[in-house]
Ligand binder design. Sequence first.
Ligand code: SF4
Length: 323
Amino acid sequence: MNAPFQSAAVDARPPLRVLIAAPRGFCAGVDRAIEIVERALERYGPPVYVRHEIVHNRYVVDALKAKGAVFVEELDEVPANLPVVFSAHGVPKAVPAEAERRGLDYLDATCPLVSKVHRQAERQVEAGRHIVFIGHRGHPEVIGTFGQVPEGRMTLVETVVDVAALDFPPDAPLAFLTQTTLSVDDTAQVIAALRARYPQVVGPKAEDICYATSNRQAAVKRVATDCDLVLVIGAPNSSNSLRLVEVAERCGTPARLIQRASEIDPAWLEGVDSVGLTAGASAPEQLVREVVERLGEWREVEEHTLTSAVEKMIFKLPRQLTD
Ligand code: SF4
């Protein structure tokens, strides 16, 4: 019997298993922030100004720009009588105060879970405590949270080494709070170091890391333990996306952060039989599909979704947009 003819072009390798983490991508805070800009565009008509990237994703920002959103760094770039939206990361108190002084119509897209941390900060300062804030220097969320309390009432720590360097008296009245998008595992270590040095430190029941950040980290752990390479879709300035890369690498699996499918180097797939795929909280699902399609151009793909949690969180829009 003749052997069946096989073209040299046919890929004889087994299909590439693509393990897609769930949950992934947009969280309720990002959904809400984008909807606020879209509804503001419908209600007021373009242009609608947005202070800072509404969320850390170029694809999202460009899509909103195309609809008439104008992104600026500071309020003085917003012309009088035009609406302005504050980003999901939150803003220092001085920003809405300045908007009010200028008579600007503003919409606050701060994620309610970030606003919750802002209120905790105010309460701790009212109670006479100094706040040790666990977060990443320079991140907009950290700048916004520091701006909720008078200067000098909050100290930033990023690592256990920073905790060791704190020089508060042993009985100082202290509280801790955290950024919402940190690594769950690293933060637990920093809190443990803080409690060991200052047992009287007061903090939230669980750290302030949000449900979306913890769920995405748990989901990427699950896929990373079962694949040869993890691709994380997210921006290089997106804290929660960077943490997903770290979490995957700590499972012993190489991981790459990409913004778009076009950044994938086919050489990464050499010797790889399974790819884990996830997306940071500000990356839309279209980008996940784009990556799966790109992988399919090189190799037959077998897709599996590994679900670690189901999210049902929805946040209300500001009253100005629902009345
Ligand atoms: S990552 Fe968490 S805190 Fe940040 S916008 Fe999403 S839900 Fe809110």
